[in-house]
Design a protein around this ligand. Structure first.
Ligand SMILES: Cc1cc2nc3c(=O)[nH]c(=O)nc-3n(C[C@H](O)[C@H](O)[C@H](O)COP(=O)(O)O)c2cc1C
Length: 289
């Protein structure tokens, strides 16, 4: 693993930091993060995204407001900008590879916040020289965490992620509707918990996982109107719930690997009835015994 601490510890440390100290990122930290970004690799579906760390200018900070992002970002000294080429699961691969980078930044001691918006034709896209074929689905603000922000969040994490859906609404056994107990999840219970604390656009948590024997089947439960609403279409914002799925896959796989469990991703939709038309199959993790 490319991290200095257990990945589960890093996932628990991460939160959406929206207020930073004004301190520029130290050269050593900047170099470590840039080096990681330059070899970011491919996602599970085979798509490669490119990433770059840029220093934030006043124009960048101002531009954010007009790009469909929400939440007020204050004092960020840099941004991670990423671009991904066309392919059927490019947004999932983008989410997966960008979250790996976010966790690296967290490990380095930086605060981050995912920002989804209409970046593809923005000044951010120019900074990574995005081609006409490429999308820039999201960027992330980075910088040193203002201590006040961190203390508030530490309390939130201690009380057990009260701003997340309970596991019984997310993880099931054999079919939708039968919650998977922690005993039934066995060693994978930790991986599921790491999915549960993953970031998602507007905290909608669209991930659903059904365990069926050795397979962990990932589904996306779309939020009605979200991503397809008029404002999203007018602003040309990427389908961020697909990005969320890639993030969840990243948390699941990195945790599984850290636990020493073996397996692989496979696109093989099981014959499981989906609860509604807004639910879509994404991929399955096939555990090896
Ligand atoms: C794809 C994506 C897009 C996001 N876009 C924004 C955004 O535009 N503005 C913002 O303040 N937070 C944004 N977030 C952060 C989420 O609101 C945040 O992850 C969620 O509320 C859970 O909180 P946590 O990250 O502190 O655990 C985004 C997250 C993701 C994964």
């Amino acid at each position: 693993m490319f991290y200095s601490k257990p990945v589960t510890e890093i996932m628990k440390m991460r939160f959406s930091c929206r207020t930073y100290t004004d301190k520029p990122i130290a050269e050593e930290d900047r170099e470590r993060l840039s080096a990681f970004l330059s070899v970011s690799g491919r996602g599970p579906f085979g798509g490669a995204a490119r990433f770059k760390l840029i220093a934030a200018t006043d124009e960048d900070r101002k531009a954010l407001k007009g790009l469909g992002t929400y939440g007020f970002i204050k004092g960020a000294s840099g941004f991670i900008v990423g671009a991904v080429g066309p392919s059927s699961k490019n947004l999932e691969d983008f989410g997966y590879t960008m979250e790996r980078a976010i966790l690296f930044a967290t490990d380095v001691g930086l605060g981050t916040c995912w920002l989804g918006g209409s970046f593809t034709r923005s000044s951010f896209a120019k900074k990574i020289s995005a081609t006409v074929e490429e999308l820039v689905p999201a960027v992330a603000s980075v910088g040193y965490i203002l201590p006040k922000e961190q203390s508030g969040v530490t309390i939130r994490q201690i009380v057990g992620g009260h701003n997340r859906k309970p596991p019984e609404n997310l993880f099931f056994r054999e079919t939708f509707g039968i919650p998977l107990s922690s005993d039934e999840a066995g060693p994978y219970a930790v991986s599921l918990e790491m999915v549960r604390i993953a970031p998602s656009a507007s905290n909608k948590q669209p991930w659903r996982i059904i365990k069926d024997r050795g397979s962990w089947n990932f589904y996306m439960q779309r939020t009605r109107g979200y991503g397809n609403s008029l404002s999203f279409r007018i602003l040309n914002i990427a389908d961020l719930q697909r990005v969320d799925m890639g993030i969840a896959m990243c948390h699941f796989e990195l945790t599984v690997r850290e636990l020493g469990l073996k397996g692989r991703w496979e696109i093989k939709e099981p014959k499981i009835e989906k609860p509604n038309a807004l639910c879509e199959y994404t991929i399955s993790w096939i555990g090896e015994v």
